[in-house]
Design a protein around this ligand. Sequence first.
Ligand SMILES: Cc1cc2nc3c(=O)[nH]c(=O)nc-3n(C[C@H](O)[C@H](O)[C@H](O)COP(=O)(O)OP(=O)(O)OC[C@H]3O[C@@H](n4cnc5c(N)ncnc54)[C@H](O)[C@@H]3O)c2cc1C
Length: 449
Amino acid sequence: MAQGKPGPRAVVVGGGVAGLTAAAALSEAGWRVVVLEKEDDVGGRCRTVRAGGYLFDTGAQHFHDSYDDTLNAAIRAGLGESFRIPQEPKGIFHDGRLSTFVPRGLNPSTIFPWGAVGLTGLADVGAVAPALLTHYRSYNIRFPHWWSQGDRVTAARFLSRRSTARYRRNIADPAALYAMGAGIDTISAAAFMVSLRYTFGDRTGGFTGGMGSLSEALARKAKVITGMVALEVVREGKNATGVRAMPAVGGRARTYQADVVICALPATALPAVAGRLGRSAQDIVARVRYAPAIVVNFASAEENAAPGGPVIVARGEEIGAAWVCKNTSKAAEYAPGGGTVATVVFSGEEVPVIIDEPDDVIVKAASSACSSIFGTAFGKARQVRVDRHPEAFPVVSPGHAARVRTLFTSGSGVGNLLLAGDWTTSPTVEGAVSSGLAAAGRALAQRAG
Ligand SMILES: Cc1cc2nc3c(=O)[nH]c(=O)nc-3n(C[C@H](O)[C@H](O)[C@H](O)COP(=O)(O)OP(=O)(O)OC[C@H]3O[C@@H](n4cnc5c(N)ncnc54)[C@H](O)[C@@H]3O)c2cc1C
């Protein structure tokens, strides 16, 4: 940017990772960026809260090794590799056993998912291995490979090729459901992560805690106004000229002028703010539904008898799983003095049933999940925090990928109004980061053109 010449102005609506990534990228390119976030804090569904000396992840917690855009964003935002916990000190608690992630090459027992495949599956391993290796390169948590080849059918075929009945039931089917977005409400994030771990071995590690530190670091790169509710995108003809917004606690509405507006909102919140969009944008927005989730955090002053450090416990059908990061810098960060923070994520069928229950009912259910997996009920927790997400994960209907591709080609239908958010890519932090980068890229290209 030439000195003295002010850069173009962007208003970003929504201070989740998608909006913040877009804002950081444009700020780095010399744009004058304002992010409007209706809550008091940034992060949206990717937020880490500090309370009483403990750290609580209130939404996303797991980082996958294929989160390239996320890791790069974290590095650029100054967090460095420390954002992601190294491989060694983590593991999965399953069926009462802690399976640590040791390098495959060193431990023959982890080369293949024996436990999940079962005895009857051993004969299939010879056939399974080449398929795994073939698909490994094109595999990515964003599943562009599956999407590009026709969603559901390709995904199902891909997974069925490597399965015994038991493997399919416990591992492949949940992963397929998740991947297709079709049944995310019927599986847990844990089941999904376990399936990835079993399927792709050590590459699927990358447990992190404190995912919200990414949101915070990105927010330092742009001007963010929290507690500011965007009311509407202001338009002149086919162009957006700014965003009208009002303080959440009351006060006068004002308009933030912009050369480009980026709406990084959940699909359900978008229409009220963005107004009428083009046909393909309207179409995709109308078809996205959300599955709910609940996160319960327990902080205990005592080290947990099982794994210690921050642990993530999640529930889902037959798989009870936990990620542990004992003896890492994050352990001390989460719970100083050898304490424990356990995060229980409910994301299964029971969520719609219990989401409106009072805290004590939810806390009891979470405590019993801890008890069944770790033998510790966290009855005497120092702090307990319950976060309800009625709209946790976008559940996309079949054909979503094709519609998203159209959206990217034809745009929102309003020249300089760009859309971002996990629903435009995949229901993950990586999806949100990628969508923010894409929106920033389009803004830069529009300007250059
Ligand atoms: C319980 C849970 C666990 C998860 N676990 C993982 C995980 O382990 N790994 C993973 O990769 N992903 C996980 N996810 C998914 C991940 O958190 C999301 O995909 C990602 O954070 C979405 O980011 P986003 O920016 O698209 O949307 P959001 O985070 O929803 O951001 C949208 C923002 O817009 C704001 N907003 C809304 N309306 C307005 C308005 N009118 N004016 C101003 N601001 C407004 C909201 O307050 C919010 O901050 C999890 C999600 C949940 C809920």
